[in-house]
Design a protein around this ligand. Structure first.
Ligand SMILES: Nc1ncnc2c1ncn2[C@@H]1O[C@H](COP(=O)(O)OP(=O)(O)OP(=O)(O)O)[C@@H](O)[C@H]1O
Ligand SMILES: [Mg+2]
Length: 216
């Protein structure tokens, strides 16, 4: 199963979500490979900080479209779940990331900029779907702030879009930022609310993937 975390805008939470899903799945006993496609290499660096005592997440960087296509298939044969941390660009690499995926997760930060970027993303997604009809996608609200009007507006806009919004939401919590420097996921850190949110997201995504596998 390949989960690609993508958006055409920077800073939406792709790396945060990729790392947290990887951690939750590794704790559930899955063999997880995390592929960092961003030249900034944030997930790769994060993996270097991870203690050897923690469940293992094989992490590598692939930021060339052809190399990603070829190696992802080989690596996928050797793991249960591959998570691809996407690059924030309308590039060939972003298309390859989508082409390889069983499911694409699109983090959205409440605000007009993310919504505008999403409209462009939809075009790209529809193009890729003509080549990968097994692909499905979901929006994920990230850095959500309680009781903000902006939050409700974004939910309303996303609910009118052709890609479903996941029920699980990641709120703005310092734990999500703090755990990065220890190579941890929120599940391994000291904020039970952040941990619960990451587990809820991981479970919801696995449920969707299992339903898809049953229908195949
Ligand atoms: N739910 C959250 N709560 C608090 N901080 C968050 C949350 N999600 C992400 N962040 C912080 O926001 C910043 C951007 O997040 P992240 O690096 O995951 O985004 P990205 O989409 O991977 O960015 P890029 O496009 O640059 O790769 C980071 O500093 C991260 O720690
Ligand atoms: Mg990133």
């Amino acid at each position: 199963m390949i989960i690609s975390v993508v958006s055409l805008k920077g800073g939406t939470g792709k790396s945060t979500i990729s790392q947290n899903l990887a951690v939750c799945y590794a704790h559930s006993g899955y063999k997880v490979t995390l592929v960092d496609t961003d030249v900034n290499g944030s997930s790769l660096r994060w993996s270097g900080l991870r203690s050897d005592d923690l469940p293992r997440i094989t992490t590598l960087a692939l930021n060339d479209g052809n190399a990603l296509r070829k190696n992802a298939k080989l690596l996928h044969a050797d793991c249960d779940i591959m998570i691809i941390d996407g690059t924030p660009a309308l590039s060939e690499l972003a298309s390859t990331t989508l082409l390889l995926a069983d499911i694409a997760l699109i983090p959205i930060k409440p605000g007009p900029l993310d919504i505008w970027a999403t409209e462009k993303f939809l075009e790209k997604y529809e193009n890729v779907r003509t080549l990968n009809d097994g692909l499905s996608a979901n929006f994920v609200l990230n850095q959500f702030i309680y009781r903000s009007n902006l939050g409700q507006e974004v939910v309303d806009v996303l609910n009118d879009m052709p890609i479903p919004l996941l029920k699980s939401i990641l709120h703005t919590r310092v734990a999500f930022s703090e755990c990065i420097s220890g190579g941890l996921g929120a599940f391994e850190y000291k904020d039970p609310k952040a941990a619960a949110e990451s587990v809820s997201l991981a479970n919801e995504v696995i449920e969707i993937l299992e339903n898809k596998l049953q229908k195949k």
